[in-house]
Design a protein around this ligand. Structure first.
Ligand SMILES: Cc1cc2nc3c(=O)[nH]c(=O)nc-3n(C[C@H](O)[C@H](O)[C@H](O)COP(=O)(O)OP(=O)(O)OC[C@H]3O[C@@H](n4cnc5c(N)ncnc54)[C@H](O)[C@@H]3O)c2cc1C
Length: 481
């Protein structure tokens, strides 16, 4: 929106709601808030092009203010984009059509730590690491350890269905949430039922989990806590190949053991990443396993895991290479070891049942390495979030020398994503496990859901008939013009 009379009118209405200090229209901030960690807007900016920018960045301090802002935005038909830490990788907070960027980080109070039920109630803008440190002081843990926890918010964890290093035992963010308060696009503020388990009809709570700011703004969240375990132990194994490692993981999970972590790197990652971080120069598939709890249960679990790995000729690398991995687990994601421009890369992760996951891995490796041979595309993957019925493959494509022209780069990027994602879907996988959809994958959502897609679109239209909430995301039709 150009700076005209209407712009001024709206700016003043926003100030009336949140005060003068909680809104900015400064150019530098508009540029900064135009991006998350999605590669494409970064390529855009890097090439001197302008990624989309919000007109207003607003810092609400209560659900009441958010409610009034949403009513005001509905009246004017302005997009509203909730923003937590901005660490998302799917373009979820990118204001494609401009509008109001709602940064909730001033709503950062830890409202209640319930030591009887082991639950914590927070405002959505609480930083993940701060929350972890706070509850640690009382002997608890949220046990949600994404590599982005220093920057991400609890609202972002839940809104994007995030997952942490210990998810195999403690679950994803969606499994930890007990209840929520949400400001609907109409401005009405609602609460889900007080507990997540019930027989009172369909699950309202899970409707808003993973909604990525398209159905409302999460204004309060109650999450489960766990006691800090007496001990956490690590051990590493080396398998001849990924197939054997996958079978070991499957046997561990289908025996119904509950390790906090199983992370299995494919041969490429073992050579390329594990070698750089751990200094382990070996051929094969490196697996790290963690178990936590009281000493007796950890002893028993680690012994059983060891037996399973030995049955499959997994070479015992001992505890040190496991411990070392745990201490350096975030190194993989930050300079100098992370991928960054001018490299082109993408995490095209998917989840599937055990009977399908190896086929998916092989098919995607082929699609990327053979389909994009002329670009020298490489494919690496690790299997890191395990479920009783299957596992997620965190797989990536990497192109060292992508096209320099941003339009050509976007074309190549879209083509790779389309092929990788469709390969996952065709083989019984899903579009995404824990990074969310944003606008990066929104265009593929109707294919993911098939005949069920209009059900989700119908819910969106019912809750947000004017389409003000985060337009252009999750594949929903844009109504707000
Ligand atoms: C280096 C790095 C490592 C990462 N590692 C992991 C990882 O290990 N596991 C993982 O799960 N993710 C990971 N991510 C991705 C990202 O950090 C997660 O998706 C995280 O949960 C996003 O939180 P955020 O607060 O930054 O959300 P944002 O990026 O601010 O927002 C994400 C989406 O949620 C919506 N949203 C945010 N707050 C609200 C709210 N209050 N109400 C409604 N909607 C809201 C936004 O509109 C947007 O659509 C990583 C990212 C980086 C950069």
């Amino acid at each position: 929106m150009s700076k005209n009379l209407l712009f001024d009118v709206i700016t003043n209405e926003i100030m009336d709601i949140v005060g003068h200090d909680d809104v900015t229209v400064q150019e530098a901030e508009r540029v900064a808030y135009g991006m998350d960690v999605y590669l494409v807007p970064q390529i855009w900016l890097d090439s001197g092009l302008k990624p989309p920018r919000p007109e207003w960045i607003v810092f609400p301090e209560s659900a009441g203010e958010i409610s009034r802002l949403l009513k005001m935005a509905s009246r004017h038909g302005i997009p509203v984009i909730p923003y937590g830490g901005g660490t998302g990788s799917q373009g979820g907070t990118v204001p494609l059509y401009g509008g109001i960027l709602l940064d909730v980080k001033k709503m950062n109070h830890i409202i209640k730590i319930d030591e009887e039920s082991l639950a914590v109630t927070v405002q959505p803008g609480v930083n993940g690491q701060h929350l972890e440190w706070t509850v640690n002081k009382k002997g608890f843990t949220l046990a949600h350890y994404p590599a982005s926890q220093y920057g991400a918010t609890v609202g972002g964890y839940v809104a994007a269905r995030g997952s942490g290093t210990l998810s195999t035992k403690y679950g994803k963010a969606e499994d930890m949430v007990i209840s929520m308060e949400i400001a609907l696009p109409s401005g009405e503020v609602i609460r889900t039922l007080p507990v997540p388990s019930h027989a009172c009809g369909p699950d309202l709570l899970q409707l808003f989990v993973g909604s990525e700011g398209t159905l409302g703004v999460i204004t309060e969240i109650t999450m489960r806590l766990d006691p800090i375990p007496e001990e956490r132990r690590w051990r590493a194994y080396l398998f001849d190949d990924i197939r054997k490692g996958l079978e070991a993981g499957r046997r561990i999970m289908t025996r119904r053991l509950r390790p906090c972590t199983i992370r299995l790197y494919d041969e490429n990652s073992t050579q390329r990443i594990v070698k750089r971080v751990l200094g382990l120069d070996v051929a094969g598939s490196y697996m790290v396993v963690g178990s936590d709890g009281d000493k007796e249960s950890v002893d028993l679990e680690m012994r059983t895991i060891h037996d399973i790995c030995s049955e499959l000729n997994g070479k015992d690398l001992g505890p040190d290479l496991g411990e070392h991995w745990w201490k350096h687990r975030y190194d993989f994601y930050f300079p100098p070891l992370n991928l960054m421009l001018p490299q082109m890369f993408g995490t095209v992760e998917t989840t599937a049942t055990f009977d399908r996951i190896h086929d998916i891995y092989v098919a995607k490796k082929r699609v990327i390495e053979e389909g994009f041979k002329e670009w020298g595309a490489t494919y690496i993957g690790h299997f890191s979030h395990w479920f009783p019925w299957g596992v997620m493959v965190y797989d990536r494509f990497i192109i060292e020398k992508p096209p320099q022209d941003p339009h050509e780069a976007l074309q190549l990027h879209t083509e790779i994503w389309g092929k990788a994602a469709r390969t996952s879907i065709q083989h019984g996988g899903i579009l995404n496990d824990h990074h969310g959809i944003g606008f990066k994958l929104g265009w593929l959502m109707p294919e993911q859901y098939g005949a069920a897609w209009p059900v989700l679109q119908g819910i969106k239209d019912l809750l947000d008939p004017l389409g003000i909430m985060n337009p252009g995301k999750l594949g929903f039709i844009r109504r707000c013009k």
